[in-house]
Structure formats: structure tokens, C-alpha cells
Design a protein around this ligand. Sequence first.
Ligand SMILES: Cc1ncc(COP(=O)(O)O)c(C=O)c1O
Length: 410
Amino acid sequence: MTIIRDQQKRIYIDHAATTPPDPVVIDAMLPYFTQYWQNPSSIYVEAQATRKAIDQSRNKIADLIGAQPNEIIFTSGGTESNTLALRGVIAASQIPDKHIISSAAEHHAILDTLEQIELENLADVSILQVDRLGKINPSDVKKSIKNNTVLVTIMHANNEVGTVNDIAKIAHAIREVNPKTLFHTDAVQSMAHLGANIRELDVDLLTFTGHKMYGPRGAGCLYVRNGTPLQAQILGGGQEERRRAGTEDTAAIVGLAKALELTIERREADIAHEQKLQNLLLSKLPMSIPFSGATGSLKNTERLPGHASFVIGFVEGESILVALDLAGFAASSGSACTTGSIEPSHVLLGMGIPEDLARGSLRFSFGRNNSEKDVHDLLKTLPGIVQKLRSLSPLNNASLPPDWDEWLRN
Ligand SMILES: Cc1ncc(COP(=O)(O)O)c(C=O)c1O
């Protein structure tokens, strides 16, 4: 077990991996551990209180995103919601020779599920390339839609480079070509910052999760537009109107609804604060470290608030993270789920970043509790770490393609 000494000041800049639960959220959840822990499907009075809390949470979430209560399915998180969306739509579709469209920058919860769907011969999958910022071009989606395209799944915002896709425009492109094609978006990263007005986004299915917005882990939601055929993937007790079986986690559901409510209340202030820190780091880091550059878009309108990602030449991102950890900073190289793997990120490769450069990826994601001082402390610490690691590293520009530094002039 690793013990973090109390006197060591830790700076957490990995909010895209997960966020600390808000004390108000924890307070809202506590009675459902201590007092109202009964099974919501039981008939006695305490159980009815848990059922009521679930219904109220469902109504609240529906209200906050512009949906109907029966369009909300509670799940265990983003991964399960994505799986239910993809597999549930494919299983319910009557179309022979089904086709799905997605993008090269999706989270593994989407890409690995699609790979398995293909292996099981359930559908053909087309993966669209993203541009150098990690963005999907709506006209590429439009061109790829066929008569048998059952589903398009494109993420709202990317977890590694923070790039935001124009979901409403993609929806419009899909509807123009094939109104029968369903559209799902993974809004796990965007929900806290951009929110989701279901009607404006015009999606049929949307995934979000509690732990990226100061709520509990293990609490997620899949919005499913009324009338969308969907087959349950977990069978049993018939909960969630027979779309997702299993005794509901009342505390998690209450926490999810509270977290979303608070996030919306605080959004304006959060965004202003997070963009200030993000912009500071995005502008200063490449100037303080030679052969480094930002990945993704530098425009606030195209990037998740609080998100700053980089590639650092001639050094492994993972080595930098270990050194940063020792110096008191908790950060990431990109997706938390691939941390620990020595493979360069599929997202960065999909954006065309040379493989050796992609190995030096770093992601810093700021939240409510960060300050400008955290950014300055990072900027004081990181250049020395990089310099030291470079002096030990076998990587150098000989292994890179001739135009590699194009990427550092973002
Ligand atoms: C874009 C995206 N989709 C899905 C997930 C998986 O969500 P969860 O951890 O709630 O299963 C993540 C988690 O990092 C993510 O960033």
C-alpha cells in the first residue's frame, strides 16, 4: 500500500479521470445508506421512501436535460450506458445486414464494444477519421450513411484532447440522409461543462456518468428518446421499465441527480475559473519546455473547459507522470483507462501525430479546487523534470519523421 504523507501538499489536476465527490452530494446520499437502504421494489413504507427518491431523481434529471422521466435509464456508469446504447439498439433492430458509424477518437468503451459487435457478426462498423484537432467533420458522417445504417455514435467531447464535436450539426447531417438512423453521443466528458439539452442536440441516445461532475462513481445514465427500440442487455428483475435489471442503488441515483443539479447551478462560475487556468497553462507550457506543444484545439469554443493536453518530444509521458507524482502532482497521460499501457494513444495517432511524439503525451484537467498557484507550481516543476528525463532518454529526433515538429507549432 502506498502511503501519502500528510505533510506533502498534493495538487490534483486529473478531473477528466474523475472528480472529488462534492460534500453536498455526499450529504444528499447519506440517508440512503443509513436510513432508507431498503429494496425500492418492496412494498413496506421504508421501501416506498427509496422508490420515491429514485422517482424524484429521475424527474429532476429529466427536467435538467429537457427529457421525459421515462427516457432516463439508470446504469452503473458511462461504460455500461455506452454498451447498452450500442448493443441494445443493434439487438432491437429488425434491419438485416446492420451498419454502424463511429469515430477513431472514441473512448475504448465504444471502440472495444464495436470491435466485439463486429466479431460476433452483428453489424459492420465504419470508423471515421478525425482531423488534426481530433474533430469529426459532419459531412464525413453524411457521406458514410447507408440505407442500412442503424446507428451513428460520436462522442460529444474527447477525454484525451478535450476537443468538442458539433453534435447538433452531425445530427442534422444524419437526419438529412437517413431519418431512420439513430444517433448516440457519449457525453461523459462534456456533461459537467457543456450540459446537454437533449432537444437542442437532437440525439436519440446520450450517455453520462456521475463521477466526472463531482458525483459518485458507479452511477450513470442513458437517455433514450421515447419510441427508440432498445433491447435490455441485463435481464432479471425487470427494473428500469425492463430496460436494465438489478436492484437500484438509491444512494448513487440520488447522488447523480444532485451532482447534475449542482453542476448546472455552478456551471458559469466553474467554466470561467477552469478556462482561466487552462488558458494559462496552454499558453505558458510550450514556451517553458523546448520541443513541446498543445494537442487539440486552442479555441475555448472547441475545447472542454479546464482541459489542457500536450505532447513533449523525446521523453515518455509515463516517466513524466511518475516524476510529477513524486513532486506532488496527480496528472495523466490521457485516458485513465489506458494509463499504464506503453502503447501511444489511439486518439493522438488518429489525429496524425507521429508515434514517437505521441508517446510523450500529458493531460492536465483542472477543477473547482485548483488555483492559479497550482498552474505556476506546475510550470516551475515540469521543465526540470523533462530536462532530467531527456538526458537519460534514448528517444531523439532521429526516430521521428522529417515533418514531426509541425505538431508543435499548433
Ligand atoms: C469519453 C468517455 N466515455 C466513457 C467513459 C467511461 O465512463 P465510466 O468510467 O463512468 O464507466 C469515460 C471515462 O473516462 C470517458 O472519458
